[in-house]
Design a binder for this molecule. Structure first.
Ligand SMILES: Nc1ncnc2c1ncn2[C@@H]1O[C@H](COP(=O)(O)OP(=O)(O)O)[C@@H](O)[C@H]1O
Ligand SMILES: [Mg+2]
Length: 221
């Protein structure tokens, strides 16, 4: 199944007189059980693409489907509900609420998706290796732990799709391997991953890599 699909997406930014064509007709998909990497130089449109795919931003043209349902140009409440149910999002920062500990951050995400499952939360905490840090607040954990906690939050509601912006951007090689192994397990269970990444290790683990240049996909291998 095509868990996530974009049809001919355009996104323009206007700042005073200047127009930036951030996305110029991007079509792509991620199947369930597939990891797709997105690579491209700075300014090529990677973050804009993720924002449009997540429904956090609206494309100016084209549309996006999540688990077969169109999310583009739907009321914000409908988009938010679709996201909570079917999409996990791991951004470069800001994945955790500062005033909640690691475990409560995971519980909150489950609550938003309408199903709190203490046993699953426990399993996730073990899976990302944060048993000893479960009651720590984000300010008191390391960069690698923050990345793993962010991934646990993104996967808390067992979403069909995971969007990740540089999931291993700030971590050491060992944590990168742990994160890749978690992503591979998620893929084996039918999850779909789209990861913007500069890391060759992530690209090597991916089934395909999309290369963005100047708002267009120039290569899909
Ligand atoms: N909010 C914005 N307002 C104006 N221009 C923007 C905005 N966000 C991004 N851009 C421009 O759109 C292009 C694509 O940016 P972005 O998606 O952030 O690229 P990447 O993530 O690949 O570095 C760049 O030229 C960038 O300067
Ligand atoms: Mg970016």
């Amino acid at each position: 199944m095509r868990a996530l699909e974009a049809f001919d997406i355009y996104r323009f930014y206007h700042v005073e007189e200047e127009e930036t064509l951030a996305l110029r007709g991007v079509s792509m998909y991620v199947e369930s059980g597939e990891i797709v990497a997105v690579q491209g130089p700075s300014g090529s449109g990677k973050s804009t693409l993720l924002a449009c795919l997540s429904g956090i931003d609206e494309p100016d043209g084209g549309y996006v489907t999540l688990m077969g349902k169109r999310i583009t140009r739907q009321p914000e409440a409908a988009r938010a509900a679709a996201r909570a149910k079917s999409m996990g999002i791991m951004l470069q920062s800001g994945n955790l609420f500062d005033h909640l500990n690691v475990e409560d951050n995971i519980h909150l995400q489950m609550h938003l998706a309408g199903r709190i499952d203490m046993k699953r939360a426990d399993e996730l905490i073990k899976l990302v290796g944060l048993q000893h840090r479960r009651y720590a607040r984000p300010a008191h954990i390391s960069g690698g732990e923050t990345a793993r906690a962010g991934l646990a939050v993104a996967l808390a509601a067992e979403p069909g799709v995971l969007l990740a912006d540089e999931p291993t951007g700030e971590v050491d090689a060992e944590t990168e391997q742990q994160i890749l192994s978690l992503l591979s397990t998620y893929r084996e269970n039918g999850g779909a991953v789209l990861a913007v990444t500069h890391s060759n290790a992530v690209a090597a683990c991916a089934d395909r890599t999309l290369h963005l240049f100047d708002g267009r996909i120039v290569d899909d291998v």
